[in-house]
Design a protein. Structure first.
Length: 283
C-alpha cells in the first residue's frame, strides 16, 4: 500500500505497525495466475520486490535472509549433496546454496515462474548461479511436487516461501512436513522461514508442533535481523530426524571457502542462542 506517491508502506495489522521505504519509481507491476507482483526503485534500499502487498526483498538487505536461510542448515547437515528449495523464486537462496562445493544438485520448485523471470530482469545478481549445471529450476506447486519425491532422496529442504496465505498456506501444514520427512534421508534437515520472533510467536509454535507431529524429533528456531520485514527481526525453523541441530560443522564453517556478508561461524553460534523470553513461551 502506498501512503502517497513517494513511499511504499507495508502495514502489519497484528502488531499495529508499518514499515515504509521512500521510492523513486515503480518499475513494474503484474498479476500472475498466483499473485500480484510489484517492483519499485527505492531511494536507499535499491530495487524492491513486493508480492500481494508484502515486501519480499530489497537489494540492500536480502543478503541477511538468504545467507541465514541456507548456510546454517547446510553446515548443520553432515554431508549435504542433494538440496531442494521450495519457493525461493527470486533465486537468492539458490545462489548461496551453490557456494557449497559438496552440493551436487539443487532442485528449486517455485509455483510462479514470473517471480524468477522478473528476478532475472530486476535482480540479476541474485540469479548469477542459475546456469550452474548443478541447478534445476522447476515451476510447479511445491506441495504437490514433494508428494511424488523419492523417499530418502534429499539431504536438505529449504522452504523459502511467502507468508502462510494464498498458495503458501499449505506449506506450513503437518501434511506437507510429513511429505518432506519422507523425502529426506536419515540425516535430513528441513528449514522453513518462520516470520518474526517478536510478532509471530504463535505461528512459530504451530510450525514446530506441526513439524513434530510430522515425525521430526528435533526443532531449532534461529533468529537474525531483516530490516524490511515486520519488526525488523526474523527467524527460520529447522527440523531434523536425529541430529541435535545446535551441533554444526564448526571447522567447515570457520574455514568456509566462499565469501558471505553476514554469515560466519560466530554469527551461527549467535543465531542458535535462545532468547530468555522464548524459554518462557516454550517456543
Ligand atoms: N523471502 C521472502 C519472504 O519471506 O517474504 C520469500 C521470497 S520467495 C519470492 C517466496 C516464493 O514462494 C514466491 O516466489 C512464491 O511464488 C513461492 N511460493 C508460494 N507458494 C508456493 C508453493 N505452494 N509452491 C512453491 N512455491 C511457492
Amino acid at each position: 500500500m502506498a501512503l502517497n506517491n513517494d513511499w511504499f508502506t507495508e502495514i502489519c495489522a497484528v502488531s499495529g505497525s508499518a514499515f515504509s521505504l521512500k521510492v523513486t519509481e515503480k518499475l513494474h507491476q503484474e498479476q500472475t495466475p498466483f499473485q500480484w507482483i510489484e517492483i519499485y526503485e527505492t531511494e536507499h534500499f535499491g530495487t524492491l520486490m513486493v508480492i500481494d502487498g508484502f515486501i519480499m526483498l530489497s537489494d540492500y538487505d536480502n543478503f541477511l535472509y538468504h545467507e541465514m536461510m541456507t548456510h546454517p542448515v547446510l553446515f548443520t547437515h553432515p554431508d549435504p549433496e542433494q538440496v531442494l528449495i521450495i519457493g525461493g523464486g527470486d533465486c537468492g537462496a539458490l545462489r548461496e546454496v551453490l557456494k557449497h562445493r559438496e552440493v551436487k544438485q539443487t532442485i528449486q520448485v517455485d509455483i510462479d515462474e514470473r517471480v524468477t523471470r522478473l528476478s532475472e530482469r530486476f535482480f540479476p545478481a541474485l540469479c548469477e548461479a542459475n546456469s550452474d549445471p548443478r541447478a534445476e529450476l522447476l515451476f510447479t506447486d511445491g506441495i504437490q511436487w514433494i508428494r511424488g519425491a523419492a523417499p530418502g532422496s534429499v539431504d536438505v529442504i529449504i522452504v523459502d516461501s511467502t507468508d502462510p496465505v494464498g498458495p503458501a498456506e499449505g506449506l506450513f501444514s503437518a501434511a506437507f512436513y510429513r511429505d518432506c520427512f519422507n523425502a529426506l534421508g536419515d540425516d535430513g534437515i528441513i528449514v522453513h522461514q518462520s516470520e518474526s520472533p517478536l510478532i509471530h510467536q504463535q505461528l512459530i509454535r504451530d510450525m514446530r508442533n506441526a513439524m513434530g507431529s510430522a515425525g521430526f524429533s528435533q526443532q531449532l528456531t534461529i533468529n537474525f535481523p531483516q530490516p524490511v520485514y515486520p519488526s525488523g527481526w526474523w527467524s527460520a525453523t529447522l527440523a531434523g530426524k536425529k541430529e541435535t541441530l545446535t551441533h554444526f560443522r564448526k571447522q567447515a564453517s570457520q574455514s568456509k571457502s566462499f565469501p558471505t556478508r553476514y554469515y560466519n561461524h560466530d554469527i551461527h553460534l549467535a543465531a542458535i542462542a535462545i532468547p530468555e523470553f522464548w524459554k518462557q513461551l516454550s517456543v
